[in-house]
Write a protein that binds this ligand. Structure first.
Ligand code: IFM
Length: 721
């Protein structure tokens, strides 16, 4: 069985959205959806840019899609060749995970077209596509390529004042509406056949038509070199885009391809998990690691990754807690410079978090639930549209999901403990932890000298139950955040002067004393027969089955949460909550406790979020539920193969790739199956190898040393690489 690629045969209009995600190629700077070259807006093509946002009128702010500089349409004897005419013909697309190459193979009848397209991992502004055409009938072939701005946007349009220039490279300059960011794209082509060329203005763009008399048996190749820059990259984005593609043209396709493949080889050398014994699992982990690696910021040291990667504009291209809890672990153990970039995004957007806390009347740092550039909150008050009334539903994610600040502090501390690199804490990380702890001091719902300090009116990871009190996960994160703030003094015990000056600069002395008193008195978790109550009063809610609740749905796209959702008055939860806490704090709970809570909560969990299965799998390993762990692993790791996951929240489209599941698959393999744990500064293995696997190999980097974990039924070892 092929474990490095995924192929889909046949023409399936019902899967345009899902296939665009499945066959994504990306390089951290941009993502090219896996749609065919000639796709129009109805097939959802997009080149989505990382970190470039725009708001059109009063719609949601979202990432900007670049001009389509990879468009190519073939015609034969004046007839456009399209997939919709393909009833008799053959068509397949595939993604090569090893080198991030999208390929299509379409037999249009008169010609067969194959392509090889990729977002260069070697040069982040560069996109390439090789069209190989096998001629099956004599005739006149025309190929239209160019740069076009007739784009698919969820909340657009975003590109205005477009102007185009023709020449060896066609270029486009446009600006975004909100901030006037210049977005430039350029494209040039190299053919190995004779043609006549003319330029045409169509589809809000400029194209060139290459016309050629062809004969049956001819094989033609057209290489397209395209590039995207914005004014955030430098002062002359149009010039830069033109130069980039012309230079690639001069180097040639093969040489660009080689540099790109080499770059991928070094990523795999650092991160590839080998799973022997089950080829489907090997394919799934390759797919997961590919999808997470391809959206990682390698061109910048202060960027994070949106919740749907670079597969489009879903979730406003925003950065969620997914980054710290789900993407971060794979990177910190395999490519720590990327983990550092994810966290530097947080240290550099502290300003936004301070402003958000002030807006709500608190002190310290309250990070955005859906963070855009500068830490700007992208989450609106109305995040779901009711399927019956078509009215926006007031949701409270933005206001009440306060665990986000603690999640960031948790990852900052982990980064230091796993890498041994203190610079991130020195360069803003310590300040972030302190400001997050200060936020929690000010957010408490009672006097700080009370016997138990409560946190009311919050939302935990289970978003279906809004505005609850003392969510166990949230309180645990708050406690750990406060402890981490106090721990900074030990971490900087050789630089106390510097640390005290930091406290002084932040006017933190009084808060320090409050932290010391408060962190031990945060409301303790309530238990019933060993089961932790998810929040105050949870056990009093209707205890019915998932099937009962599902049967109450009138419309399959109905939103389950909030005041009117079917789950709100029941114990059915959206995603791991108590169990997520147990997975993230393994030392704080013994095996018996984990087992009891798993048995209670799993049947009550809808797994309505792609973040859920991974947490249950991690804890299932620990309590010896290995068959369930395996099923949850496969569910997590195949999500972007199957195209699974929820596509709708009410009337809002939430499809895309699932980087949290991709990271979750790594976590299950490394932290679950291999049982990797950092204990008192040393790595330990507590392996739980499922019977389906005969050998598991995981490369990691720990405190600058490359190591290999190997697990087999005979045991587990970590050795230096
Ligand atoms: O961060 C998650 C959240 O926990 C559940 N809804 C989707 C978000 C983005 O993945």
């Amino acid at each position: 069985m092929e474990t490095w690629s995924l192929t889909k045969s046949g023409y399936d209009p019902s899967a345009f959205a899902a296939d665009g995600n499945r066959f994504l190629s990306a390089n951290g700077y941009m993502g090219v959806r896996g749609t065919v070259e000639e796709a129009d807006k109805t097939q959802f093509p997009a080149i989505t840019l990382a970190g470039v946002y725009d708001q059109y009128q009063d719609k949601w702010r979202e990432p900007v899609n670049a001009p389509n500089c990879l468009f190519a349409q073939l015609s034969m004897n004046g007839q456009a060749l399209t997939l919709s005419d393909l009833s008799k013909s053959e068509h397949s697309v595939s993604i090569d995970y090893r080198h991030g190459i999208y390929q299509r193979d379409t037999d249009f009848g008169p010609v067969r077209l194959k392509s090889q397209r990729f977002a260069s991992l070697d040069r982040c502004h560069l996109l390439l596509d090789r069209l190989s055409i096998e001629v099956k009938e004599d005739g006149e072939l025309e190929i239209l390529t160019g740069v076009f701005c007739d784009l698919w946007d969820i909340n657009g349009p975003h590109l205005f004042d477009q102007s185009f220039e023709q020449g060896k490279a066609i270029s486009c300059r446009a600006r975004t509406g909100e901030k006037g960011i210049v977005v430039a794209a350029a494209q040039c082509a190299k053919a190995d056949f004779e043609y006549a060329e003319r330029f045409v203005h169509i589809k809000d763009g400029l194209g060139r038509i290459l016309k050629s008399k062809v004969r049956k048996g001819d094989s033609l190749t057209l290489d397209i070199f395209a590039s995207v820059y914005t004014s955030l990259d430098g002062a002359e984005p149009v010039q830069a885009a033109k130069e980039e593609c012309l230079q690639a043209h001069a180097r040639g396709f093969e040489s660009c391809l080689k540099a790109h493949c080499d770059a991928w080889e070094s990523v795999w050398a650092r991160s590839e998990i080998k799973m022997e014994g089950d080829p489907a699992a090997q394919l799934a982990i390759h797919a997961s690691q590919y999808h997470l690696n391809c959206v990682a910021p390698r061109h910048a040291d202060n960027m994070s990754i949106p919740a749907r990667g670079l597969s489009g504009q879903t979730y406003k291209g925003a950065i969620f807690w997914d980054s710290e809890m789900f993407f971060f672990p794979m990177f910190v153990y395999t490519q720590p410079e990327i983990a550092k970039s994810l966290l530097r995004y947080r240290t550099e957007t502290l300003g936004g978090a301070l402003v958000k806390a002030r807006e709500y009347g608190y002190r310290g740092a309250y990070y955005a639930w859906e963070s855009q550039e500068g830490g700007k909150e992208g989450c609106t008050n109305f995040n779901v549209v009711d399927v019956f009334t078509h009215r926006p539903v007031r949701t409270y994610f933005r206001d009440k999901q306060i665990h986000i600040s603690g999640d960031i502090a948790y990852a900052l501390r982990s980064y230091y403990e796993i890498t041994g690199d203190r610079t991130l804490l020195e360069e803003g990380g310590a300040e972030v932890i302190l400001e997050c702890a200060r936020f929690y001091l000010s957010r408490a719902n009672c006097r700080l000298d009370a016997d138990e300090v409560d946190y009311d009116d919050v939302i935990g990871p289970d978003e279906y139950h809004e505005r609850v009190s003392n969510n166990a996960f949230t309180n645990q994160m708050i406690r750990y955040c406060m402890e981490s703030a106090l721990k900074l003094r030990d971490i900087f015990n050789d630089r106390l002067e510097w640390f005290d000056a930091l406290l002084e600069r932040l006017r933190f002395m009084e808060d320090w004393r409050l932290l010391e008193k408060t962190c031990k008195r945060i409301r303790q978790m309530r238990r019933r027969e060993g089961v932790i109550e998810q929040f105050d009063g949870y056990f009093d809610l209707e205890d019915c089955s998932l099937a009962d609740v599902r049967a109450r749905l009138v419309d399959p796209r109905e939103y389950w949460g909030g005041d009117h959702g079917v789950a709100g008055t029941t114990q059915i939860i959206k995603q791991a909550d108590v169990i997520a806490m147990m997975a993230l704090f393994p030392e704080s709970f013994d095996d018996g406790e984990v087992a009891k809570n798993w048995a209670y909560y799993e049947p009550r969990t809808e797994h309505g979020s792609s973040l859920s299965a991974c947490m249950y799998a991690l804890t299932a390993c620990r309590v010896g539920r290995l068959d369930e762990a395996w099923e949850l692993f496969m569910r997590t790791a195949t999500i972007d193969i199957e195209g699974g996951g929820k596509e709708w929240a009410g009337e809002i489209y939430i499809g895309g790739t699932h980087p949290a599941s991709n990271g979750g698959a790594w976590m299950i393999a490394a932290l679950g199956f291999a049982g990797l744990r950092l204990q008192n500064g040393r790595l330990e293995l507590h392996p739980h190898l499922p019977r389906q696997l005969t050998r598991l190999v995981i490369p990691i980097s720990f405190r600058g040393q490359k190591q290999i974990i190997e697990v087999s039924p005979d045991g587990a070892v970590i050795r230096n690489a």
